[in-house]
Every structure is written in structure tokens, then in C-alpha cells.
Design a protein around this ligand. Structure first.
Ligand code: URA
Length: 234
């Protein structure tokens, strides 16, 4: 990230003011004064403004994002689609999504630069329940609910027991809450398809005890110390 942007994102001042500070020799990177305008801050760099040390570029940061529809969970896209990286662009550290959500899925996504936590949380052995609210077409009968709970074949893979509760049955669609432990590609959509109900909308509300809460779509919040400790313990 460019030095002026880095200083501005750290909340010190505007980008233009940061340019002035750099020009006037008030900014040091790793102890040396930097006056070059396009200077790129790398991970691990220590930036000092007027003798005050800014947050390290590799400081671990943990956020939860409410992913909107039509964003992909990667850092860039060759097809020019919007990415979740754009939702955290004002955070100086480079954050990566923990796991995936489909382009058309909304809701809770953890993003961090802590590779170790990402590895633990996305490891197949990992058994935390992820909770979704789905809107599905048609009627979700008791028999179908029972099948979903027990496990369904989603094409060569039988899902393990899931928690499923019908929130509301409307004439043409149903709202249902489902918690699963695995994370196969498009698993929830495939599970409902396997019992004959097409998913019309899918929203993740929780990972274990970590809840999205009232976070607005497209917004993020930093995780509390307790939430970070909880995720690391999982
Ligand atoms: N299951 C799905 O089908 N899609 C998601 O985005 C997450 C879980």
C-alpha cells in the first residue's frame, strides 16, 4: 500500500496532508526518513509520523463482514466482479476471507491476516457448526426435513447430521434455518436440491457462537478480544 494511503488509513490525517508530511521529512519507515512519494509499505514495515509509531503493517486484524449479494470471496477477479477485499479496503493490513461464501450468498464472513487461524477454521477436520437461513421454493414437508437432518446424498457425498428447523412455511416458499459442520462446495444449496427444494436466497448468520448480529450489509466490524479467543480455541 502506498505510504500516504497507509498513513491516512491509520487515521493520522488525510492523504493530501500525508503527502505534505512525507515531503517535509516527517515520516520514517523502519527508522529511515522517506521522502519518495510512491513509496510502498510492505508487511512488517514500521511507519513513524512525527516520532509516533503507527500500527505495524503485519499486526493481526480480525473482522467480520456482512457480505452482500454479488461479491466473490477472493481478493481479485479476472471477470471484474466485486470482491470482498473491497469491503475492507480502508484497513491498512491485507485481509483474506476465511473460507468461502457463494457469489449469491450473503452474511457472515470472517476476514483476517492471521494465516494460522484461517488454516484451523477451514481445515476439513474442523467441526464447528455454520448456521444459515435459507429461503427455499415450495413446501418443506416433515419427511424432507427429516432427510436433511439425517444426511442426504449430494452427488457422491452423504452429508453428516444437520440441525434443521422450519421457521415459516408460506404458500410458495419456506424459510428454514440450517446448521452444518462440513463445508463442501455449495453444500446447503445441494442439500435442499437433493430433497427437491431450490434455494432462492441464502444467508449465513453464525459460525459456532460467533454471530453476525445487526451488522449492516456491506459493513464490517472488528472482532472483540473474546470473539478472537473463542475462534482460536475452536
Ligand atoms: N452452502 C452453500 O450452498 N453456499 C454457501 O455460500 C455456503 C454454504
Amino acid at each position: 500500500m502506498r505510504l500516504n494511503k497507509y498513513i491516512a488509513s491509520a487515521g493520522v490525517c488525510s492523504r493530501r496532508k500525508a503527502d505534505e508530511l512525507i515531503e517535509n521529512g516527517n515520516v520514517k519507515v523502519n527508522g529511515a526518513t522517506v521522502k519518495a512519494m510512491g513509496w510502498q509499505v510492505e508487511e512488517g514495515d514500521l511507519v513513524e509520523v512525527n516520532g509516533r509509531m503507527l500500527e505495524a503493517a503485519d499486526k493481526k486484524v480480525y473482522v467480520v463482514v456482512n457480505k452482500p449479494l454479488g461479491y466473490i470471496t477472493s481478493m481479485q477477479d479476472d471477470k471484474g466482479r466485486q470482491t470482498v477485499a473491497e469491503l475492507v479496503a480502508d484497513i491498512p493490513q491485507r485481509l483474506f476471507p476465511v473460507g468461502r461464501l457463494d457469489y449469491n450468498t450473503t452474511g457472515l464472513l470472517v476476514m483476517t491476516n492471521d494465516g494460522e487461524l484461517t488454516y484451523t477454521l477451514t481445515h476439513p477436520r474442523h467441526e464447528v457448526y455454520k448456521t444459515y437461513v435459507a429461503r427455499v421454493a415450495g413446501v418443506l414437508s416433515d419427511a424432507r426435513l427429516a432427510k436433511l437432518r439425517k444426511g442426504v446424498d449430494i452427488g457422491g457425498f452423504v452429508t453428516s447430521p444437520a440441525k434443521v428447523s422450519l421457521v415459516k412455511q408460506m404458500p410458495r416458499h419456506a424459510i428454514v434455518e440450517i446448521s452444518i459442520r462440513e463445508g463442501k462446495n455449495r453444500q446447503v444449496r445441494k442439500m435442499f436440491a437433493a430433497v427437491g427444494n431450490k434455494v432462492q436466497a441464502l444467508h449465513r448468520t453464525a459460525i459456532g457462537q460467533l454471530r453476525l448480529g445487526r451488522l449492516k450489509e456491506g459493513h464490517y466490524r472488528k472482532l472483540t478480544r473474546e470473539e478472537i479467543a473463542y475462534l482460536k480455541e475452536l
